[in-house]
Design a binder for this molecule. Sequence first.
Ligand code: XMP
Length: 196
Amino acid sequence: MFRDLARTLLHESTILARLDEIAARITDDYRGKDLTVIAVLNGSFMFMGDLLRRIPLPLRVDCVSVASYHGGTESSGRVTFDQISLPDVAGRHALILDDILDSGLTLEAVAAKLGGLGALSVKTCVLLRKRKERTVAIDADYVGFDIGDEFVVGYGLDFQEKYRNLPCIAVLHPDVIRAGLDAPAGASPEEVPSPS
Ligand code: XMP
């Protein structure tokens, strides 16, 4: 798995040190308030686990499952919700956690959905924010790191469902992306050649 990486952008220790800072801010901002944290799956599962254990508040946790990339490295522009029941945030403060703010379509769609469910407030927290022009007018309230506009994997983020378990954030070797995009739909990971 590690030989597929072109370079590491953020090491685990760097990520965890930044989570200490964000968790402290969130703890201060939501002390005494009824908070529900809504994690956007699958990409934010590692971020959620590491961040929430640093927030000593009696918060609730819920998840929503959305998809917009469908195997490629660019947003399809269409955000689909997978689950039938949505979080009960009525009368509570909602904080959405996502792995990355890229096109912004996902956060915008989730925030709009929760806003319509009677939340007292809806804020957003992302581990990564790409420096780029966005067509949607959304920004995150809490941001771990600003990064360049390139496709990244690891720490929950995937390419074709692989690399989520990397402990760091990394950039894939271009050959790996090319081979993955060229592979016939449904090909197993073993059939996608790695760069030598
Ligand atoms: P948008 O474009 O809606 O993206 O802001 C949100 C979701 O898309 C996925 N995403 C990525 N996944 N590397 C990934 O592995 C990336 O560079 C990347 N950019 C977007 C991710 O699931 C995110 O929640």
